[in-house]
Write a protein that binds this ligand. Structure first.
Ligand code: ME8
Length: 647
C-alpha cells in the first residue's frame, strides 16, 4: 500500500496541490504563500525533468460560505464566482502556472464526491447514526470532547477562539476508528509522510490518543453536496473538499491522468494538517486509493505577531506590494525569508530591506554592471577571449558545486536554503569582478583578451544563476536570459544538461534594463498606509445594485487642506459633507497643492469605515482617477450644495 522508494523513482511525475481556499473572502498574503511554494516546486520539478501537475482551487460549500453570502446580501454561488475571479486574477499577477483550478461547485466534482460517498456507504465505512456535539461554524469543525466549557456552559473553539454551538442531528459517520492502526502503520512505514518531522510526531500522538468516528453529513446546512439517495443531508464540507485532490486531476473523468500522477504532495498550512494527515489518508484507504506521497505542513505568516487571517482582520493585500514592485520580489521574499515549516513575521521594512539588498544591490547590480561593460567595451558581443585563469576556473567550479547543493535543497523543499546558496554565489561573482577590475583592463588594449574572458565568465555565471532562480522568480529569470542574448524560454532549460560554458555563442547581449529598482522605504510605507484601490483587472467582479447602493456618495466642499508630515503623497482635508464637517486623508499631494483644493467641490464616500492613515484620522474617501500613479480629481462645477447625493 505505501509507495516504495523504488516505485517513486520509477515514476518521473510530480503532483503538487495547495489547499482549496474558502471563498468567504478574497485571498491574502497567507494564501499567496502556499500557492507560491507550490508554483516554485512545480517549476523546479519541471526543470528537473519531471512531468508535473499542479492543482489549486476553491472550497465553495458549507455553512461558512452560506453565512458569509447571507451577510453580504448575496447567494453563495454569486459570492464564490466573484471571489474566484479575484483569486484567479491574483494568481495570474503572481505568475502562478497551475494546470487546473478546481471549484467544488463543479459538476464533475460533486458527482465524484457522491460516487465515493456511495462506495464507502456500500462497504460499511460510512453508516447512519445520531450526533450531538459542539460545532465551530467559523472553522467548520466539531470540537474535541476534552475542550472545557466556560462559566456559562459555553465552549469556544480552541483554534479560533470563537463561541461554538451545540448541534444535535441524525448524521452519517465515517468509520475513522477502524483506520487508527492502519494510519499508525502508514506513519511507521513512511516517516516522511508528514513533514517537517516535528509535525509527524504531533500527528502520530494525536492518532495514538484514539480516533472516534467522524460525522460527515449535515441536515442543517443546505449549501453542500446532497447525500446520494438521502438529500435531506448534505456532505460535510471537509469530506467534500478533501476529495478535490482526486476529482481535480481526473477521478471519474480522466482516470488515466489520475493514475499517472497520483499520489500527490499536499502543501498545507499547519492549521489544517490534521485534516490532511489523518482524515484524508483514511478516506483514501477506504476508497481504495494510495495515501498521498507527503503532506507538508508549513508555518504561518504573522502580522504584528498574530496569525494573518481574514477573521482577525490583520491580513495584507498582496496587490499593495504587487502594484509597487511586481511579483518576483514578493515571491523571492516569501521563499527566502523563512524555512517552510516555521512561522514568519511579515514586516514591510523587512521586505523592502531584502528587495533592496538582495535583489537591487546584489543580483541587480551584478547584471547591470556586467551588461554595461559588455556593451561599452565590446558593443554587446565579446570578440576576444583570453586564456582561462585559475580565478575564472574557480567561478565555473564554484557554480557546479553550488548548483548541486542548491538543487538538493530544492528537492528537500528547503527553498530558502537553495536561495542562500545562490546568493552566496552571487557575492562570489561580485567579488570576482571587483578583484579582476575589468574597468582597469579596458584601459589597456593589450589586455583585451583578458577583459573578454572576465566579462564572459561573469555573464556565464549570471546565466547559471538565472536558471537556478527561475522557479522562484520566473519573470526576472526570463528577462535576464534574454538580456544575455538567449532565445526561447528559460523554463525549458533542464538542470541536468545545463552547461555553464554554453552561453549563447556569438549572441549579442542587450543593454541593461533595471531589473529590480530600489524602493524608497519611507515613500513605500506612506503609500502602503494610504487606502489602496483594489486591482480587479482580468476579473468579472460584478456588484449587485444593492451592493452599489450601500455606498453613500456625497458632494463635499473642501474647507481647508494641508500636507501630512512625512508622507509625500498625502493631504489632510477638512470637508463639509452637509450633515457634518469632517476630516479625510487623500493620496493626491503629487497632483494638487493644498491651496488649489480649498473651495473646490469633490465627491466623497461618506460611509466608509474610518481609518487612521500615517497617524491621521480619515473619515471617508474622495473619488479620483489614477493616471500613471497620479490622482486626478473630478471636481463638481456649479452651485451644488454640500451633502448632495451622487447616484
Ligand atoms: O482551510 N500564513 O481554506 P482557507 C500562511 N478551505 N498560510 C496561510 C495563512 C497565513 N497567515 N493564512 C492562510 C481552508 N494560509 C480550507 C482548505 S483543503 C481540502 C480545504 C493558507 O481559505 C494556508 O495554506 O482558510 C492554509 O492552510 C490555507 O491558506 C487556509 O485557507
Amino acid at each position: 500500500m505505501p509507495e516504495t522508494p523504488a516505485a517513486r523513482a520509477a515514476k518521473p511525475t510530480f503532483y503538487v496541490t495547495t489547499p482549496i481556499y474558502y471563498v468567504n473572502d478574497v485571498p491574502h498574503i497567507g494564501h499567496a504563500y502556499t500557492t507560491i511554494i507550490a508554483d516554485t516546486l512545480a517549476r523546479y520539478k519541471k526543470m528537473a525533468g519531471a512531468e508535473v501537475f499542479f492543482l489549486t482551487g476553491t472550497d465553495e460549500h458549507g455553512q461558512k460560505i452560506e453565512k458569509a453570502a447571507a451577510e453580504k446580501g448575496t447567494t453563495p454561488k454569486a459570492l464564490a464566482d466573484a471571489v474566484v475571479g479575484r483569486a484567479q486574477g491574483l494568481w495570474k499577477a503572481l505568475e502562478i502556472d497551475y494546470n487546473f483550478f478546481i471549484r467544488t461547485t463543479m459538476d464533475f466534482h460533486e458527482k465524484g464526491v457522491q460516487k465515493l460517498f456511495a462506495r464507502l456507504l456500500e462497504k460499511g465505512d460510512i453508516y447512519k447514526g445520531e450526533y450531538k456535539g459542539w460545532y465551530c461554524v467559523s472553522d467548520e469543525n466539531f470540537l474535541a470532547e476534552d475542550v472545557s466549557a466556560d462559566a456559562h456552559g459555553h465552549k469556544c473553539c480552541p483554534d479560533c477562539g470563537k463561541k461554538s454551538v451545540v448541534v444535535s442531528e441524525e448524521t452519517y459517520f465515517f468509520r475513522l476508528s477502524a483506520y487508527q492502526e492502519k494510519l499508525l502503520d502508514l506513519y511507521a512505514a513512511r516517516p516522511d509522510f508528514v513533514r517537517p518531522a516535528s509535525r509527524m510526531n504531533e500527528v502520530e500522538s494525536f492518532v495514538r490518543g484514539g480516533l472516534k468516528d467522524l460525522s460527515i453529513t449535515r441536515t442543517t446546512v443546505k449549501w453542500g453536496v446532497p447525500v446520494p439517495g438521502d438529500p435531506a443531508h448534505t456532505i460535510y464540507v471537509w469530506f467534500d473538499a478533501l476529495h478535490n485532490y482526486v476529482t481535480g486531476i481526473g477521478y471519474d473523468w480522466n482516470m488515466g491522468q489520475l493514475e499517472k500522477f497520483w499520489p500527490a504532495v499536499h502543501l498545507v498550512g499547519k492549521d489544517i494538517l490534521r485534516f490532511h494527515a489523518i482524515f484524508w489518508p483514511a478516506f483514501l484507504m477506504a476508497g481504495g486509493f494510495e495515501p498521498p506521497r507527503c503532506v507538508f505542513g508549513h508555518g504561518w505568516w504573522l502580522k504584528d505577531e498574530a496569525k494573518m487571517s481574514k477573521s482577525k482582520g490583520n491580513v495584507l493585500d498582496p496587490y499593495v506590494i504587487l502594484d509597487a514592485v511586481g511579483p518576483d520580489p514578493l515571491r523571492y521574499f516569501l521563499m527566502r525569508e523563512i524555512p517552510i515549516g516555521l512561522d514568519g513575521n511579515f514586516s514591510h521594512e523587512g521586505f523592502l530591506h531584502r528587495v533592496n539588498s538582495d535583489l537591487a544591490n546584489d543580483l541587480g547590480n551584478l547584471v547591470h554592471r556586467t551588461l554595461t561593460m559588455v556593451r561599452s567595451y565590446f558593443g554587446g558581443k565579446i570578440d576576444e577571449l583570453g586564456e582561462v585563469s585559475e580565478a575564472d576556473d574557480r567561478i565555473r567550479t564554484a557554480f557546479e558545486e553550488m548548483k548541486e547543493r542548491a538543487l538538493a535543497h530544492y528537492e528537500e523543499f528547503a527553498i530558502n536554503r537553495a536561495l542562500e546558496e545562490i546568493w552566496a554565489y552571487v557575492s562570489l561573482v561580485n567579488k570576482y569582478l571587483a578583484d579582476n577590475e575589468p574597468w582597469k583592463l579596458a584601459k589597456d588594449p593589450a589586455r583585451r583578451g583578458r577583459l573578454g574572458r572576465v566579462l564572459r565568465q561573469a555573464a556565464a555565471a549570471i546565466r547559471g544563476v538565472a536558471v537556478l532562480v527561475a522557479p522562484v522568480m520566473p519573470g526576472s529569470a526570463q528577462k535576464i536570459w534574454e538580456l544575455l542574448g538567449e532565445e526561447g524560454s528559460i523554463h525549458k532549460t533542464r538542470f541536468a544538461g545545463f552547461d555553464f560554458e554554453a552561453l549563447a555563442p556569438g549572441a549579442t547581449m542587450k543593454a541593461p534594463q533595471p531589473l529590480f529598482p530600489r524602493v524608497d522605504v519611507k515613500e513605500f510605507l506612506a503609500e502602503e498606509a494610504a487606502p489602496q484601490p483594489k486591482t480587479t483587472e482580468g476579473t468579472m467582479d460584478y456588484l449587485s445594485y444593492e451592493e452599489f447602493a450601500k455606498m453613500d456618495l456625497r458632494v463635499a466642499h473642501v474647507l481647508k487642506a494641508e500636507r501630512v508630515e512625512g508622507a509625500k503623497k498625502l493631504l489632510k482635508l477638512q470637508i463639509d459633507v452637509g450633515t457634518d464637517k469632517r476630516q479625510i486623508v487623500a493620496g493626491v499631494a503629487e497632483t494638487y497643492t493644498p491651496e488649489s483644493l480649498e473651495g473646490k467641490k469633490i465627491i466623497v464616500i461618506v460611509n466608509l469605515k474610518p481609518a487612521v492613515i500615517r497617524g491621521v484620522e480619515s473619515n471617508g474617501m474622495l473619488l479620483a482617477a489614477v493616471v500613471a500613479d497620479k490622482a486626478v480629481i473630478p471636481f463638481i462645477e456649479g452651485d451644488v450644495p454640500a451633502g448632495t447625493k451622487v447616484k
